[in-house]
Write a protein that binds this ligand. Structure first.
Ligand code: DGP
Length: 120
């Protein structure tokens, strides 16, 4: 599996940086965001290092499909039972901070919050 020695999220996958995990399987990991923007805010990532959605290909189809399939199940378990937002930031214009693909899942009573406004 492709990994990047210095990537923060690869280091979380390897257990070198602690995270508050919601789910782990062969291909994906889900953990709470360290800077929550909503009452429920977690990230789902592929375990393989893929920097951005620009770098995605058929090799990632299974893991990326798994990320989408897990979003609702994990959102419900985390307490977001009335809906949620999914956001994948890509590149500079997309305000991507961590260059390892991740899907934000934001829910709870006020999930809109500052996520779409921040950094403007
Ligand atoms: P962005 O790349 O802008 O889509 O967002 C990156 C998110 O990653 C941001 O909401 C904060 C979160 N984050 C960054 N470093 C860590 C970390 O070490 N642990 C956890 N749990 N979240 C992190």
């Amino acid at each position: 599996m492709n990994q990047d020695a210095n990537c923060i999220f690869c280091r979380i996958v390897r257990g070198e940086i602690p995270s508050n995990k919601l789910h782990e399987d062969e291909n994906v990991l889900a953990f709470h965001d360290v800077r929550p923007q909503a009452p429920v805010h977690f990230l789902i990532i592929p375990k393989e290092h893929v920097a951005t959605l620009y770098d995605a290909g058929t090799a990632q189809q299974h893991a990326f499909g798994r990320m989408l399939v897990l979003a609702g199940e994990l959102a419900r378990k985390a307490g977001a039972t009335d809906g949620f937002r999914t956001i994948i930031n890509t590149g500079k214009v997309g305000h991507q901070e961590v260059y390892h693909v991740h899907m934000h899942v934001l829910g709870g009573p006020e999930p809109l919050g500052s996520m779409l406004q921040r950094k403007k």
